[in-house]
Design a protein around this ligand. Structure first.
Ligand SMILES: Nc1ncnc2c1ncn2[C@@H]1O[C@H](COP(=O)(O)OP(=O)(O)OP(=O)(O)O)[C@@H](O)[C@H]1O
Ligand SMILES: [Mg+2]
Length: 89
């Protein structure tokens, strides 16, 4: 599978973020608590449709917000598809 695009909206510490990963190696560089693990968690959540760690789903929503959305465009076996998730359902 190749991830072409990722968008986060009110997910954990990301108010709004867009990522267009390289088809090769991607390096997440940042100080502690900048959101590196949260970004991986978003990708995991979209892949597995369940949280990476045992959390309440409400913990995934940015503090002070009432909903979150994740969007990914990905390619499997040459087929392009996309997926959107929102909480609360
Ligand atoms: N629901 C939430 N709303 C807003 N911020 C959140 C939420 N959940 C976690 N955070 C914040 O996300 C940050 C932690 O992000 P993360 O664990 O992804 O950092 P990291 O870059 O992986 O850090 P490290 O290098 O220490 O592993 C903390 O500042 C935490 O307060
Ligand atoms: Mg981390």
């Amino acid at each position: 599978m190749r991830l072409h695009a990722l968008r986060l909206w009110q997910f954990r510490n990301y108010a709004r973020a867009e990522l267009a990963p390289s088809p090769r190696v991607n390096i997440l560089l940042g100080a502690n608590a900048q959101g590196k693990t949260n970004l991986l968690e978003a990708i995991y959540y979209l892949s597995a449709l369940r949280p990476l760690r045992p959390v309440r789903e409400a913990d995934l929503i940015q503090w002070g917000a009432t909903e979150m959305r994740l969007y990914a465009q990905y390619e499997i076996d040459g087929l392009l598809d996309d997926l959107q998730m929102r909480l609360p359902l």
